[in-house]
Ligand binder design. Structure first.
Ligand SMILES: Cc1ncc(COP(=O)(O)O)c(C=O)c1O
Length: 400
């Protein structure tokens, strides 16, 4: 009689076994599974624009293919793309980066990964405000570092220099800033950003400024890049940027890093032995994104502005919900602790029951370090927003 071979358990490396899978991707997969089963799903989970990539950018990619730009490029990206990045930061933020300080990456995520892994040794502490983007602590843990979370709830999730100062220890090596923040939408005002950078510079702490949502800011909050700070405050700064959200290019996987020369060299070492270079065709598209017309960015921002206003008003009508006004990005981050009673004890259970009973996807705040909160992306159509809030309200009223 044949016996089944015993299943081999895979000996996952220590670095990887310390990591948690992405909770935001898990929410996307749950929505996909329901859709595949024919359900009418409303999806507040997706962290990506519902808009298509602008046509001028797509055309540039087609031209690149026709012109044979289908080969490996330098690890740091083509000269043309490096120059487009340098020019944009000079034009818009008065910064004077040189080619040795600029590299193109496969998405902002790779820029952050390169920056953390090239700096952090086992036991190094890395600060980040709570709530944090889910990927930050996982990259730190992969590198052997220790994520240290800064509580900001009492300050309405706005990170400031005083909170950071209290969290610094002799082992603090790096801080990851993210303004506008995913998931809270908070934007650090320029004057406070400068105070933070002065403190970190005084203490010799390295900084990654994740500026992936740079353009999506709602007045009176202001668009602000750390590139705009004086040179002496940028000597330990790596800016991680992305084309994904600004130009609705999530699938193209294009981002970049701006950092001091030696940090960039270390990051290039990692990239040269991992992905070699970002996709050559997407690099040409990214050049067009930065150098071409910017009307599409304004049009998307105008649309997010309308949706944000509508959603914030609508959430006021949901029993048990309270919500800060997000100043940037495209997420609302309501506190739902008013709904957590009886058998329903956590925001994760809330999200799961909402999915099961109303086929509506939201992301549990616990994945961002904030139990009792939900992240709702408004990068989806008004029709979907209206239907989704109707379902959430019906669900929350049932819990009353
Ligand atoms: C805060 C934050 N940083 C970085 C990224 C990375 O984006 P990408 O790798 O698509 O450029 C994301 C994407 O969701 C994000 O939300």
């Amino acid at each position: 009689m044949m016996t089944k071979p015993a299943g081999l358990s895979f000996p996952v490396s220590n670095n990887v076994s310390r990591m948690q899978p992405s909770s935001t991707l898990a929410a996307m997969q749950a929505a996909d599974a329901l859709r595949a089963a024919g359900a009418n799903v409303v999806d507040f989970g997706a962290g990506e624009p519902d808009f298509d990539t602008p046509d001028n950018i797509k055309r540039a990619a087609v031209e690149a293919m026709r012109a044979g730009q289908t080969k490996y490029t330098p690890t740091a990206g083509t000269r043309q793309l490096q120059q487009a990045i340098i020019d944009l930061y000079a034009r818009e933020f008065g910064a004077d980066y040189g080619r040795s300080q600029v590299m193109a990456t496969s998405g902002g995520k790779q820029a952050i990964f390169n920056a953390v892994v090239s700096l952090i040794n086992p036991g190094d502490e890395v600060l980040m405000g709570k709530p944090y983007w889910v990927t930050f602590p996982e990259i730190v843990v992969f590198a052997g570092g220790v994520p240290v979370f800064i509580e900001t709830e009492a300050a309405g999730f706005l990170l400031n220099a005083d909170q950071i100062e209290q969290a610094i220890t002799p082992r603090t090596r790096l801080i990851i800033l993210n303004s506008p923040s995913n998931p809270s939408g908070r934007v650090i005002p320029p004057a406070e950003f400068k105070r933070i950078m002065e403190l970190l510079s005084e203490r010799g702490i390295y900084v990654i400024s994740d500026e992936c949502y740079l353009r999506y800011v709602y007045p009176p909050a202001e668009v602000f890049s750390a590139a705009n700070l004086p040179m002496e405050l940028r000597s330990r700064l790596c800016i991680a940027g992305s084309f994904s959200k600004t130009y609705a290019m999530t699938g193209w996987r294009m981002g970049y890093a701006l950092a001091p020369r030696q940090w960039t060299q270390a990051m290039l070492k990692i990239q040269s032995h991992s992905t070699s270079n970002p996709n050559s065709i997407a690099q040409r598209a990214a050049v067009e994104a930065f150098n071409g017309p910017q009307e599409s960015v304004g049009a998307m921002l105008a649309e997010y502005t309308v949706r944000r206003a509508w959603l914030l008003e609508a959430l006021k009508e949901v029993p048990g919900f309270t919500c800060n006004e997000p100043e940037g990005a495209f997420y609302a981050f309501p506190n739902v602790s008013g709904c957590l009673k009886g058998a329903l004890r956590t925001s994760g259970e809330f999200a799961q029951r909402l999915l099961d009973e109303e086929q509506t996807v939201v992301t549990d705040g616990a994945g961002f370090g904030c139990e009792g909160y939900l992240r709702m992306s408004y990068a989806t159509s008004m029709v979907q927003l209206q239907e989704g809030v109707k379902r959430i309200k019906r669900f929350a009223e049932k819990l009353e």
